[in-house]
Structure formats: C-alpha cells, structure tokens
Design a protein around this ligand. Sequence first.
Ligand SMILES: C[S@@+](CC[C@H](N)C(=O)[O-])C[C@H]1O[C@@H](n2cnc3c(N)ncnc32)[C@H](O)[C@@H]1O
Length: 246
Amino acid sequence: MRFHVLTIFPGMFESPFAEGVIGQARQKGLIEILSYDIREHSHDRHRSVDDYPFGGGPGMVMKPEPLFEAVEAVRQNASLEDSTPIILLAAQGRRLTQKVVEGLALRENLVLVCGRYEGVDERVRQHLATDEISVGDYVLSGGEVAAMVVIDAVSRLVSGVVGSFASTQDDSFTTGLLQHPQYTRPSDFRGMAVPEVLLSGNHAEIARWRRLESLRATLIRRPDLLESAELSDDDRRIIEQLRADS
Ligand SMILES: C[S@@+](CC[C@H](N)C(=O)[O-])C[C@H]1O[C@@H](n2cnc3c(N)ncnc32)[C@H](O)[C@@H]1O
C-alpha cells in the first residue's frame, strides 16, 4: 500500500515511521510512505504557497494552484487511478473511526493533503479533495500529525504489517466494543494479582471472562458504543446485570 503525502514539511514523515511495526513494514516493502513538497509547485521565487484571505481577517490561507498542481503531479507520476482517494486532513472533515480506517485499508494508494496556516482555499475542498478526514474535535497546527494518525492506523490493517493479524481483530472498536484488560507476567506484582481465570488454562472460561470485561469496560468508559455494537442475547443479559450491580 502506498501513502502519498502532500505537505510543506516532507521531512516530518521520516522519523515517526522509521521504527516499530511500521518501520519494519516499510523495510519489507509492505507499505510505502512518499512525501512531496507542495512548495515545488509554488509560482514565485519565495516559494510561497499561502496568501491573505479575501474579505480580510487574521492569518493566511493555502493557495489553490500549488495544491491542485501537486495532486496532479502525483497522480501522473505515480500513475494513480482516477478513483484514488484524495484526502484532505481537516478539522471539519468526517471523524476518523476504526470503520473509516477499515475502508481506507482496502485501497492500494491514498493521497493525503496536509493543510497549514488558517487552512486551505475552499476550492481545494470542493473540487480537488474526494474525502475530508478529521482526527478529532480539536485544532492542530497542521495536517501532518493527522496524516500520520491515518497512516499508522491504516497500515496496521495491511496484511503482514502486524505479526498476528488475529490480534488486530479483537482490538478496541474493531469488535464494536472496547477490548478486555490484558495482563502479562509476573502473575503477582507487589500484591496486585492477575485474575485467576487467566491462569487456569480453561479457554472457554477465559473467553467468557474476556467478553464480560470487554462489555464492562465499554459500559463504564464508552457506553455510546453499545448502541451500535453487535450484541448477543447473552451480552444484553450481562449488561443488564452489570447495570444492576453498579
Ligand atoms: C490551524 S488548522 C486550520 C483550522 C481552520 N481554520 C478551522 O477552523 O477549521 C491548519 C490545518 O491543520 C489541519 N488540521 C487541524 N485540525 C485538524 C483535525 N482535527 N483533523 C485533521 N486535520 C486537522 C488541517 O489540514 C488544517 O488545514
């Protein structure tokens, strides 16, 4: 899978993806992260990509020409299909969720456009971007960190990137719920003991405990998720019981 990132700070994308599972995936050629400098498409000797907002007001706005031309150059040089998503990172975009990530992971190429300053000229949003993604209801100083979040979350779902694909399948949100608590050795740390059931070797009991704890964590921390999660009759009974006990 290839990520094409358009930014005025292409160097930002090197070190965050040099290590860990993403770094290994890059080395194996499972994913490629290509960053392109929008300033290469500036039309003046100062390499400027921003200008004053029409109508006045504070700050600067990213000009349309360099952004359109940068996307066109990537499309042509990387022989991208017309259907390749052109994603503008924007606080006003649709919220990134695991479902959105799963959809993006099905693509071979993604183009990620990082805004800066007060944002991008509206014509970029309306006529160039095919999608707009926000990583949350807060404002970042640029789209780069948001693009990194997209790249990281999507890469984990590319086959071979995470050692055990099964481990991504019971991750929080993937199942519609938060994940159950995890423990490792020692079984007793400063008097804090691991739940007995996890040491029992009884896989059916462990699965039951994990489901119960997953439901409990979701009910306590993110009850909103229960409205759309796929729940069995057993799950509903457990939730009723947990509510009654609280
Ligand atoms: C300072 S912000 C501009 C915010 C803009 N004035 C607004 O009110 O929506 C500069 C750039 O950071 C990126 N950005 C900021 N917050 C973001 C978020 N929550 N998700 C994704 N990108 C974001 C966008 O690319 C944006 O163009």
